[in-house]
Design a protein around this ligand. Structure first.
Ligand code: SF4
Ligand code: SF4
Length: 198
């Protein structure tokens, strides 16, 4: 074995990588410096940062039913939910308050995993630092809500699968309702109908 061959081989690898970095595309071994913020690296679909709430068509059709499961399961307890009540004081199955403290959130995605109503998902947005700190890092419901179109844009595979699942469930409910026996007429089982005098 020639003395110094190992060092020579190592230096050749370094030289090859150095030259390749100038001629190849970033995803093929080239220079991977991104000129942020003018340029942005595309994140993978399952990249997760902070959670957001999904609504269908209009914000009134928010999917969240304020069940509180995500609030209970969130490890650092950074979710706070209060159920909205109607005029009679009955729960409406909608959140009146839904806050997430982004300062405490550890981006674990547990809220997304445990939500049984396909309401909360992890977002790709990560620019929530310095300029917004004056407002605090607690995000209220109004800022957390994003449309299903947005969800489709950032996480198309998951959003489409969930749309299909929701549609199938909706179709099943409609079919079950259509097959249900019609309710009896008001007189059936009750007192006999009053006879009109002849
Ligand atoms: S991502 Fe994790 S820490 Fe953040 S709100 Fe969801 S459950 Fe809580
Ligand atoms: S986001 Fe999901 S788990 Fe959390 S309160 Fe709303 S419906 Fe329940």
């Amino acid at each position: 074995m020639i003395f110094g061959m190992g060092v020579f081989k190592g230096m050749m690898v370094t030289l090859k990588n150095f030259l390749t970095s100038y001629v190849c595309k970033p995803d093929n071994g080239g220079i991977f410096t991104v000129q942020y913020p003018e340029e942005r690296e595309k994140v993978i679909e399952n990249f997760r940062n902070f959670p957001f709430l999904v609504y269908d068509e209009t914000p009134e059709k928010i999917r969240c039913v304020a069940c509180g499961i995500c609030e209970r399961e969130c490890p650092p307890k950074c979710i706070h939910i209060e159920m909205a009540l109607d005029a009679a004081g009955k729960p409406t199955r909608k959140p009146a308050v839904f806050d997430v403290d982004y300062g405490l959130c550890m981006n674990c995605g547990m809220c997304e995993d445990v939500c049984p109503f396909d309401s909360i998902f992890m977002d790709h947005a990560f620019e929530v630092t310095a300029p917004e700190q004056s407002e605090g890092l607690v995000r209220h419901k109004e800022r957390l809500m994003k449309s299903n179109e947005y969800f489709q844009k950032v996480r198309p595979t998951l959003a489409s699968a969930i749309d299909q699942k929701r549609k199938a469930s909706e179709d099943k409910k409609k079919a079950a309702a259509a097959q249900a026996p019609a309710p009896p007429p008001p007189s059936a089982g009750g007192p006999p109908a009053k006879q009109e005098p002849k």
